[in-house]
Design a protein around this ligand. Structure first.
Ligand code: ARG
Length: 657
């Protein structure tokens, strides 16, 4: 039961008597931040008063007159300039909560409007080291997947891996020229990753070298422009002079940026020049950059040798990623990587050309957008297709084959422009009925405020991250167990098992509890903290409730089928009951803009509410048998909602910690 939706429904009716379209006003019906003002609050009388040029209090009174809500709420109160405060009827709360208690879904109804969602998440580039950003995409996508499914939607998880990109040209070249055969035999993935890094360094060196002249030329050009701008005499017109001063500053900024870039590039070149092994390799492979590009082209053109190598490399690379997913407890319905779409690309471009959505420009096929200088290129001069082309083919496949109503792309913020272009081109192409959403996320930062890097160049990158989280979790779990008043309860095997769950949970929750659009700072200490909004805290909260049951030797199954009434006379009981009933609302809020942190916020508030309740109300030692049963029911429901909520985040609980 989504209480907010119920109340908004009632307001929609009442407001319908005053305005034609009340939908905007309904957003102003919310749950109250402060119990003083009731459980829910409607602030729509103020803007409506303004719109109708009438005193808002009068409007509020009129809304209340039309409002049919007495089965749910006590008589509405009008406060201040025209706030409408609603307090739910306690008998209604009890009735709903008792229904939730015997419901496996804990009172969360299935959606009345099931849709087909495709979620595009994780999507690492195989054979390149996976980075923390891929964890972010993986856990955010996974939790949206679980939540949408729980609400009854059809959801397809599709891991759009990069398995066809230019990295393969580099690896093929590296394999033919630099491979350490023994190392490859022993661990193909590690050796391929080493080859990728080596070749990438050499290619990058050449690209930097070749790019120097262009940067220098730009500096010269921009400096000349700057001089002309600076030499222009003031016009005397204040506005115009201000404008040109601003232009000068902007130009100066451009020149400075270019100088910084030039310096950084030169430094990079110098570092490699100073490395005897790398310089030797460079002198032996003077055309490596071009050669690698050529290998990729040969692969894409179906060259038998390159295809054979690609087919040889792919399985171990995929197995390498799979291992991480297994540890994270994540599965996909499909893993249709870029290579899957390869033979569809030419048809996509043909169709775009025919429909005049793509046009030729400098020999390339481009889609142009109004008010945007940069086009989206779908085919290069040399005939090669691009990332965008593949994404268009993928979108087409997902809608045509799976009947997607919505596609969510969980990809970092640096690709924002790509998705803007992609969506806009897709709509023109006829895919205007499907919801296309870039579920964007920020960068994971290290303590130094720069993008977080695992020891660079280390293939165990992501795995090392998991290992470290689990090792640190072991310390936390052991310390907690050692400190128990009656001595430790867990043997080493139990500690290890629990640490695995706690460590992975900490990593996931740290990510999910952040506003996904912002950057966040990675810290093992913070993510494993016992207090605050962490998985560890939530898991302890769960285990604590379960511990009450163990101490009281309560049979939870029997309790659930006990028909004794739930009592909400104490304010802490009532607040607990209401918080439990708001689970459904929290899930729906989470899906409005696909923000898992709204679910973690809810769960954290729920756990805190439980602490208050537990402090203020005796449970096992309740004053009467009826109260004891009722409070145990509240406790049991709290544990079940926490467990279910965490499960939707892809996080497990342990019964004992
Ligand atoms: N492989 C890409 C990367 O690592 C992400 C792909 C995201 N999905 C997509 N349909 N473009 O940057």
């Amino acid at each position: 039961m989504n209480i907010l939706a119920q109340i908004r429904g009632r307001f929609a009716q009442a407001l319908g008597q005053l305005v034609d379209d009340p939908s905007e006003l309904l957003d102003m019906v919310r749950s109250s931040q402060d119990a003083k003002f009731g459980d829910y609050q409607a602030n729509c009388a103020m803007p409506l008063g303004k719109r109708l040029s009438r005193p808002p209090r009068e409007i509020a009174e009129e809304i209340v007159q039309h409002l049919k809500i007495d089965d749910l709420c006590e008589p509405p109160q009008i406060a201040g300039p025209g706030f409408i405060n609603l307090r739910l009827r306690s008998d209604w709360i009890v009735e709903r909560l008792e229904a939730a208690g015997v419901d496996e879904r804990l009172g969360v109804e299935l959606t009345a409007d099931p849709k087909t969602y495709v979620i595009d998440y994780s999507a690492p580039n195989v054979a390149k080291p996976m980075h923390v950003g891929h964890i972010r995409s993986t856990v955010i996508g996974d939790s949206l997947y679980r939540t949408l499914r729980f609400l009854g939607h059809r959801v397809i998880g599709d891991n759009h891996i990069g398995d066809w990109g230019t990295q393969f040209g580099m690896i093929i070249y590296g394999y033919r020229n630099f491979c350490d055969v023994d190392a490859y035999e022993a661990s193909p993935v590690a050796e391929l990753a080493r080859l990728y890094r080596l070749v990438n360094t050499l290619v990058d060196y050449q690209a930097s070298h070749d790019g120097l002249a262009a940067i220098e030329q730009q500096i010269t050009e921009k400096s000349k422009l700057l001089e002309t701008q600076q030499a222009a005499p003031p016009t005397g017109d204040k506005k115009a002079d201000k404008k040109s001063a601003k232009a000068v500053r902007k130009r100066q900024g451009q020149v400075n940026d270019l100088r910084t870039e030039l310096k950084a590039t030169k430094e990079k070149i110098a570092t490699i020049d100073a490395d005897p092994v790398l310089s030797k390799q460079l002198s032996e492979h003077p055309a490596i950059r071009k050669a690698c590009l050529a290998e990729t082209v040969r692969l894409h053109d179906g060259d038998a040798d390159n295809l054979r190598l690609w087919e040889e490399f792919l399985p171990p690379c995929r197995e390498d990623i799979e291992r991480i997913y297994r540890r994270l407890g994540i599965t996909f319905d499909y893993t249709l990587g870029e290579s899957f779409y390869h033979d569809r690309l030419a048809a996509v471009v043909d169709d775009l050309r025919e429909k005049k959505i793509a046009v030729e420009s400098d020999g390339a096929m481009c889609v142009f957008f109004e008010g945007d200088d940069v086009p989206m290129i779908v085919q290069k001069q040399d005939g090669a297709f691009l990332y965008s082309t593949t994404d268009l083919a993928t979108l087409q496949y997902r809608v045509d084959t799976w009947g997607a109503d919505a596609i969510l792309y969980v990809v970092d913020h640096r690709q924002a422009l790509h998705f803007e272009h992609l969506f806009s081109a897709a709509r023109r192409w006829g895919y205007d009925q499907v919801e296309l959403k870039h579920v964007v996320f920020g960068t994971v930062l290290g303590g130094d405020g720069r993008p977080y890097k695992t020891r660079s160049g280390d293939t165990v990158g992501l795995e090392g991250l998991l290992d470290e989280a689990i090792r640190k979790a072991h310390e936390v779990v052991s310390a907690g167990d050692d400190a128990k008043p009656d001595g430790p309860e867990l043997d080493e095997e139990a500690r290890s098992r629990i640490s695995e769950v706690v460590g992975i949970a900490a990593l996931k929750y740290a990510d999910l509890s952040q506003n996904r659009s912002s950057d966040y700072t990675f810290s093992y200490e913070k993510m494993l903290a016992l207090s605050g909004n962490t998985a560890t805290y939530m898991q302890y909260a769960y285990a604590r409730v379960r511990n009450i049951f163990a101490r009281g030797q309560i049979d939870a199954a029997a309790l659930r089928s006990d028909t004794a009434a739930i009592i909400v006379d104490h304010p802490a009981e009532r607040a607990m009951a209401l918080a439990l009933l708001q689970f459904s609302e929290a899930l729906e809020q989470t899906l409005v803009d696909y923000r898992p942190n709204l679910l973690t916020d809810y769960l954290f508030a729920l756990a805190n509410q439980f602490s208050t309740f537990y402090q203020q109300c005796h449970v096992l030692k309740a004053e009467t048998e009826e109260l004891r049963t009722s409070r145990l029911k509240l406790a049991d429901l709290t544990a079940r909602v926490i467990k279910q909520g965490l499960a939707l985040l892809g996080i497990e609980v342990v019964e004992k910690m």
